[in-house]
Design a protein around this ligand. Structure first.
Ligand code: C2E
Ligand code: SIN
Ligand code: SIN
Ligand code: FE
Ligand code: FE
Length: 382
């Protein structure tokens, strides 16, 4: 083999090793901004550039955005700016030897960052419909040559194909999850829309449940699951007649019996779902009025037989009910609410959950303290 051939083989091996080291990291990463940083790092190593970024088209704002490093906030530029914008418009790559000799160069970012760009490589990323979804940009070739080669361009193109697929599927996942969240939220709101409580009640119960779960030290996924399911705890109120649901005064025993069916109704509405999260929410709906001492409803479960998310949601739900205006009651003063939880610890509520509430009272109670006005005042729907 000639010296050149040997160099080529070594270079191919280096790239193969790079790919093998990055692929598992990329495959495991679900957070879009972290993905962009990882793939930019990969691109930079593959073509030996000083800098590399992966820009994505933001359809809504007409901008390109990127993330250059973990923890750094995102950068945004107009969709038609510089070499990157040029690749977005034409769908073609660019191989530039000296940026300052090219009229398409946008000097503003150099000026802003006190950097001197010379050689540039841009490669568009196509989505599965053949539309440009972003651009890889590598800047300043490192090593002897100082300029990118045709081979660098080919390699960045291959990386771009792989990156486009990864980004596209990450976007789909994000979209799906956002859709799921929205459905869950809409369902939760539907349960409140008929009663005079505002939809804010479900948001606050979700937030409080999440905080309690965090303070109890539950794993991140469990915290998130509880956060997502809590808004649906009163979904079954959809099945309660208006005369009972919105009755201004105290319920009669019969009316209260009707009201109590909301826990089981909510469960039945969700328990046959194909979605695991909704089946989880079904159990929260059914268990949020159980009591630690076994005197709750609908099943009269006791202690740890009650699903943990239900035990947490019970505390959050009552905290919100006592602190806010309801059609049947005025908000309680803070001290009285606090006393009630101390009193009910071990009977209505699991002591550990009440302990978590007490230990972080100021943080959890904060939403009820803003101004003199209590959150549920007025009949304003958002
Ligand atoms: P909600 O308003 O979301 O209240 C949730 C839970 O907070 C109640 O569950 C109860 O455990 C607690 N809670 C609310 N107000 C008080 C209170 O003044 N004192 C005490 N100790 N706890 C309170 P519960 O009792 O199973 O009620 C479930 C739902 O039934 C309530 O949800 C509300 O929509 C309705 N409800 C309960 N009592 C009445 C009432 O007297 N009149 C009307 N119109 N509705 C009521
Ligand atoms: C009732 O027994 O009528 C409901 C009591 C409550 O508000 O907790
Ligand atoms: C889901 O991800 O919601 C479905 C999984 C399952 O059915 O357990
Ligand atoms: Fe309820
Ligand atoms: Fe509630």
């Amino acid at each position: 083999m000639t010296e050149v051939e040997l160099k080529q083989v070594a270079e191919s091996q280096r790239i193969l090793e790079l790919l093998f080291s990055y692929m598992p990291k990329i495959a495991a990463e679900r957070q879009m901004d972290n993905l962009l940083v990882l793939m930019a790092d990969l691109g930079r190593s593959i073509v030996s550039a000083d800098r590399c970024s992966l820009w994505l088209v933001d359809e809504e704002s007409g901008e390109l955005w990127t993330k250059v490093a973990h923890g750094v906030s995102e950068l945004r530029i107009p969709q038609n700016a510089g070499f990157v914008g040029c690749s977005v418009i034409t769908g073609e790559p660019l191989l530039i030897k000296d940026a300052y000799q090219d009229s398409r160069f946008d000097r503003r970012s150099d000026e802003k960052t006190h950097y001197h760009t010379t050689s540039v490589l841009t490669v568009p990323l196509m989505d599965s419909m053949g539309k440009v979804m972003g651009v890889f940009q590598a800047i300043n070739k490192q090593g002897e040559s100082q300029v990118f080669s045709e081979q660098d361009l080919e390699r960045l193109k291959l990386t771009a194909v792989y990156s486009a697929k990864t980004v596209e599927s990450a976007m789909l996942t994000a979209e799906l999850e956002a859709t799921q969240r929205e459905i869950i939220h809409t369902l939760g709101e539907a349960s409140e829309s008929r009663s005079r409580e505002t939809g804010d009640h479900i948001l606050r119960v979700a937030e409080i449940s999440k905080k309690l779960a965090e303070y109890l030290g539950l794993p991140r996924e469990e915290v998130e699951r509880i956060h997502l399911a809590a808004p649906m705890h009163d979904l079954g109120k959809i099945g309660i007649p208006d005369a009972v649901l919105n009755k201004p005064g105290k319920l009669t025993d019969e009316e209260y019996a009707v009201m109590k069916t909301h826990a089981e109704i909510g469960y039945k509405m969700l328990c046959n779902s194909k979605r695991k999260l909704l089946r989880f929410a079904a159990n929260v709906a059914r268990s949020h009025h159980e009591r630690w001492d076994g005197r709750g409803y609908p099943l009269g479960l006791k202690g740890e037989d009650i699903p943990l998310a239900g035990r947490i949601c019970a505390v959050a739900d009552v905290l919100d009910a006592l602190s806010c205006h309801r059609c049947y009651k005025a908000p309680w003063p803070e001290e009285k609410v606090k006393e009630e939880f101390v009193k009910m610890s071990g009977s209505q509520f699991q002591p550990e959950v009440v302990d978590a509430l007490m230990a972080h009272w100021d943080d959890i109670y904060a939403p009820y303290r803003v101004g003199a006005e209590e959150p549920d005042s007025g009949d304003g729907r958002r």
